[in-house]
Ligand binder design. Structure first.
Ligand code: S3P
Length: 163
């Protein structure tokens, strides 16, 4: 089975859904952010602060190419789709599933979050701007699953039925 790539905005539930999907399908799950943190030995926030976003995007691009492309679920950072090269790589090597979440729900889910370096000030404005810019790129996925107002079990069941 080809790799399953879960994409979507920050707060869409990629990590949680990926973990549950991995249990159901009995597949290992690799998270690109966690992989980068482990390889670099810094948190995502530290990488942004000390090396800048460009350096992070380079780690992200290199990581995607290094990870297995068979029998694995890969949960990605929300910005993986920014780079055309990444979108193309995922589409060619696996099944890309976009976890969509409505803006009002993202506002709610991310309201108290302090772990995302891109959402430090003017949070709602930042979320809206990034979301609108990225939406066409997320939509290039093979499948779109709406996660707004749904339970994890329901979403996972939906994904499994479509595979
Ligand atoms: C980012 C999303 C984050 C992380 C980094 C940048 C983005 O991952 O990769 O903070 O550009 O949307 P999550 O989507 O897992 O929060």
């Amino acid at each position: 089975m080809r790799a399953i790539y879960l994409t979507g905005f920050m707060g869409a539930g990629k990590t949680t859904i990926g973990q549950r999907l991995g249990e159901v399908l009995q597949l290992p799950v690799i998270d690109t952010d966690a992989y980068i943190e482990q390889q670099v030995g810094k948190t995502i926030t530290e990488i942004f602060e000390e090396e800048g976003e460009e350096a992070f995007r380079t780690y992200e691009r290199e990581t995607l190419k290094k990870l297995p492309t068979e029998h694995v679920i890969i949960t990605t950072g929300g910005g993986i789709v920014i780079q055309e090269e990444n979108r193309q790589f995922m589409r060619e090597h696996g099944i890309v599933i976009y976890l969509h979440c409505e803006l009002h729900e993202l506002f709610r889910r991310l309201a108290d979050d302090t772990t995302r370096p891109l959402l430090m000030e003017n949070k709602q404005k930042q979320i809206k701007q990034l979301f609108e810019q990225r939406l066409p790129w997320y939509r290039e996925a093979h499948m779109t699953i709406d996660t707004t107002n749904r339970t994890i079990d329901d979403i996972v069941e939906n994904i499994v039925s479509l595979l």
